[in-house]
Design a binder for this molecule. Structure first.
Ligand code: GLU
Length: 493
């Protein structure tokens, strides 16, 4: 670590942030980055901020934002400033700051760091097609760079649709100083003239991120390495505004066991999944911490408080942290065994029944004859994977084959992410989505529904399918459909 950095860390309490986009389930990567921001801030008496980056109006949802808050609070990573707790550098939701971005982009237009681009979507599509045909790097070809700014301003005033782009120097390079990795050089020729403000007046990630980090007084940007390639654009923006950039720390991205980027396809990535399966939040944080932080002397088990006390960038590793579910289970098992009996009993009752008890009673009422039947009956609503041995032979519908069945299950998994109706995972929404899905696949409901039931429960009978799926919850359904696909793959043709 460079001395200048240690010195700068020491002069002023740091202000750090996480800036998730509310476009899906709360991701374990968000928790990982939040943990490092939190630990660093707390170690130095600084401020940890939560900012919501919802400039993508199409994909951002209220429910995703609420789920992010909830998941981070469950982990105990509380923020000092944010949309729901306030603070004096707000608003902390980018959709409420659009006037600020529009005002700031004017500075960049005035000093030539940005320019107006009037290219139509047809022209851009033709340009892309040509670049592809000629095997050139994709990127804007600079068609509007030379328009006289005064002409451009009057065309804009006359109402001509346009975007505002960053004018990246044609020659030379831009260097980002990464405090964990050293200098990273980018040839400017490789950096695209990024759109900063879209034609609807909304900013892109780059403009909003830089303006907000500056106005919110962020001193250290600690984020995933997937943002390194945005670095040169950000550095050019800081320069264009005449602002001192914050210090950058790019953490390693969480990986699957095969070292590929952690993805829904191979691992559950939603924090809610780990919560609903009953991992302890303190264990989960400790597990996340061990992937990028070493306590020294091979000490793997430590609390958040201990991590904060010991936090130092020299103990932070950037090399591909592997998300090892076996290790997580081992940690959690040890922690459960270490709990005192009363605490364990309380935790079990809370986990088993809080929130879902009424639904489970409703769903089993018609199907049990004795009170003692209740627990065995509802058992499949708990736990992760189920045993498919009694249903695997019945999963492939009569007139279909294994390959087609796998394809349909995969499409269903994708559909529940994309479809507006299915996303909230309600009984009605799932019903509506599944009916349309079956029609779109050319499958009859009576082919699709038993398959979904068997895949999600490991049984041929359950309460009504959509009640069952909704009560299982999206994370568990996703996990089980994925393991049903694996079970089908293993089945001989
Ligand atoms: N909105 C970005 C995200 O979703 C923020 C990246 C950053 O920290 O700059 O992670």
């Amino acid at each position: 670590m460079s001395e200048s950095k240690s010195a700068r860390v020491g002069t002023m309490p740091p202000r750090v942030r996480i800036a998730p986009s509310p476009t899906g389930d709360p991701h374990v990567g968000t928790a990982y980055i939040a943990l490092f921001n939190y630990a660093f801030a707390k170690k130095h008496g600084g401020t940890f901020i939560l900012r919501i980056e919802d400039t993508d109006q199409q994909r951002s949802t209220q429910s995703s934002e609420a789920a992010i808050f909830d998941a981070l609070r469950w982990l105990g990573l509380d923020w000092d400033e944010g949309p729901d707790v306030g603070g004096d550098r707000g608003p902390y939701r980018q959709s409420e700051r659009t006037a600020i971005y529009r005002e700031h982009v004017q500075t960049l237009l005035n000093n030539g760091t940005a320019y107006r681009c009037f290219c139509t979507s047809e022209r851009l599509a033709a340009m892309r097609a040509e670049q592809e045909a000629n095997k050139q790097n994709p990127g804007y070809d600079g068609h509007c760079r030379g328009i006289d700014p005064a002409d451009a301003a009057s065309r804009a005033e006359g109402g001509e649709a346009h975007v505002i782009r960053l004018r990246v120097p044609e020659e030379g390079e831009t260097v980002i100083v990464d405090e964990l990795r050293g200098d990273i050089h980018f040839s400017n020729a490789e950096v695209d003239d990024q759109v900063l403000l879209k034609s609807d007046g909304f900013p892109t990630y780059h403009l909003a991120n830089v303006v907000d980090d500056h106005l919110m007084g962020i001193t250290h940007v600690i984020r995933g390495e997937d943002w390194i390639t945005s670095g040169p654009k950000h550095v050019l923006l800081y320069r264009g505004f005449g602002w001192e950039p914050p210090l950058f720390f790019h953490m390693g991205l969480l990986r699957n066991a095969d070292k590929s980027k952690l993805s829904k396809r191979k691992n559950p990535v939603s924090i809610d999944h780990y919560r609903s399966l009953g991992y302890l939040p303190t264990t989960f944080l400790n597990f996340l911490a061990t992937m990028g932080f070493s306590m020294g002397e091979d000490q793997e088990r430590f609390t958040l408080e201990e991590m904060v006390q010991a936090f130092d960038w020299s103990h932070v590793k950037t090399g591909g942290p592997v998300f090892d579910g076996v290790k997580l289970d081992a940690f959690c098992g040890d922690d459960i065994r270490a709990m005192d009996p009363q605490a364990l009993k309380d935790a079990l009752v809370k986990h088993a029944f809080e929130g879902r008890l009424e639904t489970l009673v409703d769903l089993s009422r018609e199907r049990i004859n004795r009170l003692d039947d209740f627990l065995p009956y509802i058992s499949f609503f708990f736990g992760g994977e189920v045993d498919y041995s009694s249903v695997i032979g019945k999963m492939v519908p009569k007139k279909r084959d294994k390959k087609e069945t796998i394809k349909v299950l995969k499409a269903y998994l994708e559909g529940i992410e994309r479809s507006e109706a299915a996303r909230a995972f309600t009984v009605e929404g799932l019903g509506e989505f599944s009916k349309e899905f079956a029609a779109a696949q050319g499958w009859k409901p009576k082919e699709l529904y038993p398959l979904l039931r068997a895949a999600a429960t490991g049984r041929t009978a359950s309460p009504s399918l959509f009640d069952t799926l909704a009560a299982l919850g999206k994370d568990r359904v996703r996990l089980r459909l994925r393991s049903a696909i694996e079970a089908l793959r293993r089945l001989a043709d």
